[in-house]
Ligand binder design. Structure first.
Ligand SMILES: [Zn+2]
Length: 249
């Protein structure tokens, strides 16, 4: 059992006292095209965390996965109903407070598993990690996929940056929760060959401004369960590698 919230307080307390590693999945409640659920980032972050926890535990590092954060800064998709954005300072406080609470209870290391890539959101994670370090002297492992080192291990669509609800994320939901993909709609979606990453650099502030008028970029029709499995393998390996690095292993 790798899921923290399914432990009793006694079991969780014992695991933390033994020096368990803890992973915090960070997602969002955000429009992901007409074919994927609002919880797409939450599902991906949880799934990669659980797979990483299995691997770490198998290698002798007991690892538990915290309840996911389901709200983040999601201003880019604020035009679409269902998207619920929070202020950056709220996001920073939330991540910071959780990390400090878990460290106070004896965790050996906390890792953040993130799948929402909006720059302001990434900044909220980095600010929270800095604050935790200042206050506790403890690091937080965070493989940031927007950095080249980790992006290199992902798909071409991801690296091009047209990766919101395109083939990359659609494949990940097909692999983890296939029943949540609206297949009839997915199969009708034309490719949107626009790099959201590039548009952000050019000054776009919303998906609509960037040309993603249906809240997706990339090629949902090219998605497959097999691609999703391969990406989860890479994503879970990133967490494993950054945890081991932070522990000097
Ligand atoms: Zn997403």
């Amino acid at each position: 059992m790798k899921s923290f919230q399914n432990h009793t307080w006694k079991e969780a307390g014992e695991a933390l006292t033994r020096g368990a590693v803890v992973i915090l999945p960070v997602g969002s409640t955000e429009a992901h095209g007409p074919h994927l659920p609002l919880a797409t980032d939450v599902i991906i972050s949880e799934e990669m965390s659980l797979r990483a926890a299995e691997k770490l535990s198998a290698s002798g590092l007991e690892t538990l996965v915290l309840p996911a954060i389901a709200y983040s800064v999601t201003d880019f998709s604020a035009d679409f109903p269902g998207t619920i954005s929070i202020r950056k300072e709220t996001a920073v406080s939330l991540i910071h407070d959780i990390c400090v609470a878990v460290y106070e209870q004896g965790a050996r290391l906390i890792a953040v598993a993130n799948s929402h890539l909006e720059p302001e959101h990434i900044a909220s994670i980095n600010d929270a990690i800095e604050a935790v370090k200042r206050e506790t002297g403890r690091p937080v492992a965070f493989p940031d996929k927007t950095r080249r080192r980790w992006a290199e291990k992902l798909t071409e669509e991801f690296r091009r940056g047209d990766c919101h609800a395109g083939s990359y994320e659609t494949s990940l939901i097909m692999a983890a929760r296939p029943e949540l993909v609206r297949e009839d709609i997915r199969l009708t979606l034309e490719r949107v060959p626009i790099s959201i990453a590039e548009k952000i650099r050019e000054g776009a502030r919303t998906f609509n401004e960037a040309g993603g008028t249906a809240a997706y970029f990339g090629d949902p029709r090219a998605a497959s369960r097999a691609e999703g499995e391969a990406i989860y393998e890479a994503l879970s390996e990133m967490i494993v590698a950054s945890v081991k690095e932070a522990l000097g292993q």
